[in-house]
Design a protein around this ligand. Sequence first.
Ligand SMILES: C[S@@+](CC[C@H](N)C(=O)[O-])C[C@H]1O[C@@H](n2cnc3c(N)ncnc32)[C@H](O)[C@@H]1O
Length: 350
Amino acid sequence: MSGMARENLVRIEEIQGRGRAIVSSQPLRGGEIVLRDSPILLYSAFPLNGQQLQFSTSIYCDNCFRKLQSASAPLSCPSCSQHRFCSPNCLSVSIASSHNTWVCHALSHLRDCPYLVLHQPMERQIQARFLIAAYNLALVSPSNFQILSSLQGHGEDKDAVAAQFLHSVISSLCPPPSIEGFLFSLELTSALLAKDKLNAFGIMEPVDFNKENCGQRSVRAYGIYPKASLFNHDCLPNACRFDYVDNAPDRNTDVIIRMIHDVPQGREICLSYFPVNENYSSRQKRLLEDYGFTCECDRCKVEANWSDQEDNGGDDDDEENEAMEEDHDEPMVEKAASEYETDFPTLISS
Ligand SMILES: C[S@@+](CC[C@H](N)C(=O)[O-])C[C@H]1O[C@@H](n2cnc3c(N)ncnc32)[C@H](O)[C@@H]1O
């Protein structure tokens, strides 16, 4: 599949109060692809014991996260038989990297840990998966681990209890193999968890309008994308993210960022970190609590002056508001993509 992006469309700039940002280095057209980015790390969004998330009935390849075809028997990891793959290639790639012997043993130990599997929120199991993948990255690709380490996020007091718990579980059950220049520590675990929280993209299940839960999109996996992680947020974004996980013949876990409308040279390009239909107060709350900043975008400046009733869409919109409020924990930018998906041309295979 061709990314079809023109060269050097964007550059990285430091903007005061916003950190690194992606800025247009030439005029950009609406619909244009400005970035195609491959993940340095991917991990399943499913709990360790294989229990399905509430709205998902599909099973995915543990390497490429494509849907497994029900007609063909998937290949399993010969050691744990828990991890399944769509092809011999995905099996061999995974066994050599993301599901190597240490990862396989680590996940098996964690699955057998009642404190983690039975007595903690499901989120903790997903975080444990991330930490195993991140510590494994230090082993299999030190340069990509450096990139992960350079992303925003340092560990905050409010997340200290979870970090401490996960660090002690991993230390006692499956400490990572020692690698030169790499210190397995609580500080590193906390920082990694913060980087995951601020930067991970969800790889989404497409909307299935035939299902009871029509309109709900569950996450099948999370990915860390080094360049896409540098997009800042705007509640009225000028770009949005697409993925083609089941359709792309290769590099199917890449994210594609397209412009929503034309912008001149030198303009910051922003995504929305969550569905654009959230109201002002809920956006402000999420951005402060989850991403640590107060949004001062043009839309927020206008909506800050709206009355509470206007902010909630008025009395007549109860049904709509309920639908908006259903999904509280989407990862960065995932729904922004779904909202615009039909308005833009599909990426064409070459
Ligand atoms: C995914 S990172 C984006 C890249 C980041 N600026 C960097 O330097 O790596 C998310 C973080 O960027 C900052 N950020 C994103 N959007 C912002 C905005 N509209 N205003 C201020 N800071 C923002 C916040 O610190 C947020 O936690």
